[in-house]
Design a protein around this ligand. Structure first.
Ligand SMILES: [Zn+2]
Length: 334
């Protein structure tokens, strides 16, 4: 494995600068562009005893071997999942299975790791924190103390999709790296290489972020949903809800939010973003919608998205949403 093609220049640059590597770096940018994979590869490369000229790890030294086995004594990973593992014994924690925070206990545990010295001749140790926005107030403050007095040879790598949610004092302790977003041609070439079918259409649907296409296994929620949305006020809300609910509430709402984004964008700028294949139809439909109702509908979808994980009656909720959708159109369409 190596970093993604749109990241190789950055890895090279960081590697050339290895001697002056700051003790904390913050990799930030959109979701779905491979920040975490890059961070993992960078960590492995920093720990590698004989990295190659491109900055990639050698994959053959003892350090690379430990890393591959998830067993490197000089490496620590902090994620919310780890939190769930640590609290497995608590019944309350089990109930609340979806972990979203890195706890202060997790950060404190780092303390003893930081007191040790490196197991290797290069003297480096790496702590990877992902996503950094999952630090809560207590754990962020605890980490801040470590960043203020960094032990020799330790490099902190923080990864963030939402840098505006981090404490400014944490950001100021890190070298910020704006992670490259692949251009369309590069992303398409890479997706084709992965054997992804309908790569163009999917890349549009996932907002140009190739890793989100792969993460969703090329799930083409857009095609099926678009066939429904295209019907405008001829859409049968009950039929649409019974079909959409099979996608799962989050996916169904995501598909509709993107459609509504495109409707609004077609109306205001003539451009669409997610459903390029239907650009002409969207432009025609957008002329039929009541603009203020469309804006209200967009807000309604945002609200529904927030509660998408609640055990509500999803199909019923979708019926209401689709009924409102059909009412957006002032004239009979189709
Ligand atoms: Zn190596």
């Amino acid at each position: 494995m190596s970093v993604y093609p749109w990241q190789s220049e950055l890895l090279q640059k960081l590697s050339d600068d290895r001697a002056r590597m700051p003790h904390a770096i913050l990799l930030y940018g959109s979701s779905g562009i491979g920040k975490y994979d890059f961070a993992r590869q960078l960590a492995k490369s920093l720990l590698c005893l004989t990295p190659v000229a491109s900055g990639e790890p050698c994959e053959t030294c003892a350090s690379c071997g430990w890393y591959l086995q998830d067993n490197h004594p000089d490496f620590r990973l902090l994620t919310p999942e780890q939190d769930a593992e640590n609290e497995q014994n608590s019944a309350a924690a089990k109930k609340n299975a979806r972990k979203t925070q890195i706890s202060v206990a997790q950060v404190r545990e780092l303390g003893s790791f930081l007191e040790l010295s490196s197991h290797q001749s290069n003297g480096l140790r790496v702590v990877l924190i992902e996503p950094a926005e999952s630090l809560n107030a207590a754990s962020a403050n605890s980490l801040l103390k470590m960043l203020e007095e960094p032990p020799a040879g330790v490099i902190f790598i923080l990864v963030s999709h939402q840098i505006n949610r981090l404490l400014p004092t944490i950001i100021s302790r890190c070298r910020k790296i704006d992670m490259p977003f692949p251009d369309r041609a590069t992303a398409l070439a890479w997706l084709n290489q992965q054997g992804m079918k309908n790569a163009e259409q999917l890349l549009d649907y996932y907002g140009g972020a190739p890793l989100n296409v792969v993460r969703n296994n090329g799930q083409d929620a857009g095609t099926e949903s678009a066939n429904l949305f295209l019907q405008g006020n001829n859409l049968d809300p009950f039929l649409a809800a019974s079909k959409s609910v099979l996608l799962g509430m989050e996916v169904a709402l995501d598909a509709l939010q993107k459609w509504v984004y495109d409707l609004l964008s077609a109306r205001l700028t003539g451009q669409v973003r997610y459903y390029n294949r239907h650009a002409t139809a969207l432009q025609a439909l957008s002329k039929e919608v009541d603009l203020s109702m469309l804006l209200d509908f967009q807000r309604q979808l945002d609200e529904a998205r927030k509660s998408a994980n609640h055990p509500l009656n999803n199909e019923l909720q979708l019926e209401t949403i689709f009924l409102t959708y059909t009412q957006l159109f002032m004239k009979k369409t189709g």
